[in-house]
Write a protein that binds this ligand. Sequence first.
Ligand SMILES: NC(=O)c1ccc[n+]([C@@H]2O[C@H](COP(=O)([O-])OP(=O)(O)OC[C@H]3O[C@@H](n4cnc5c(N)ncnc54)[C@H](OP(=O)(O)O)[C@@H]3O)[C@@H](O)[C@H]2O)c1
Length: 233
Amino acid sequence: MNVLITGNSSGLGLGLTEALLDRDAIVWGLSRRGCPINSDGLRDRQHDLANLNTLPDALEGLLSDCLRLDLVVLNAGILGRIQPFSETHLADLEHLIRINVWANKLILDWLIEHQLPTTQVIAISSGAGHNLSYGWGAYALSKSMLNDMIQLYAHEMPDTHLTSFAPGLVDTDMQEYLCNEVDTDEYPSVQKLKDARGSNAMPDAKTAASNILDLMDELRKGDSGQFVDIRTL
Ligand SMILES: NC(=O)c1ccc[n+]([C@@H]2O[C@H](COP(=O)([O-])OP(=O)(O)OC[C@H]3O[C@@H](n4cnc5c(N)ncnc54)[C@H](OP(=O)(O)O)[C@@H]3O)[C@@H](O)[C@H]2O)c1
């Protein structure tokens, strides 16, 4: 099984990489820091997804000898600050959307242009894109855009099954900021994350990754382009 994962240096992407290598997959990874795992099954490349101009070259270098992809996980993402949307600078919003949305567009465009046979694409989204809670502005908007974009690509990739997928709560660096630095009096929606931390409602990254991988076949039974939240399955 050949799998491309973005953002595999930490968190869910690292958990997915570990879980897939355990299942004897070949993992093709892309992140700034690089994946810390040493494995013959790993082909890894360091790249900043914010550098959209050089992203096609990075993909060319990474995937030059890849003949087909069974799974692509568009996982890399940033949260930005929890703050009023009206106080979010446009430059910060643009940067966040470049990573959470446009980099994923370029990856899908590259796959189409290079006619690399690809069975399934999972874009890691978030319930935040649906909830649109106070304070989650830039991140929520980026995930909402991602959901819509995946639906659009479903029309243009008829041989690939695409899902935008909310993985539920996962105990990663992203939760460090949310659970330790955000004032829940000002942003009450963050309280349920604090309550979930340390419980089964917020598994560690490798457990969450295994749960997600076990659902891949099930996801392909639904229509391509749909948004699916793991908590509704
Ligand atoms: N944790 C949760 O509860 C939760 C819930 C819903 C959705 N999600 C989504 O799950 C995905 C993974 O997040 P996580 O929780 O695992 O967070 P994380 O531990 O912060 O991991 C984020 C990953 O994205 C990569 N990344 C960020 N900016 C990048 C850039 N400019 N270029 C290349 N790679 C970049 C990081 O790699 P480098 O820093 O090495 O570049 C890292 O590997 C995200 O899309 C997030 O929105 C998470």
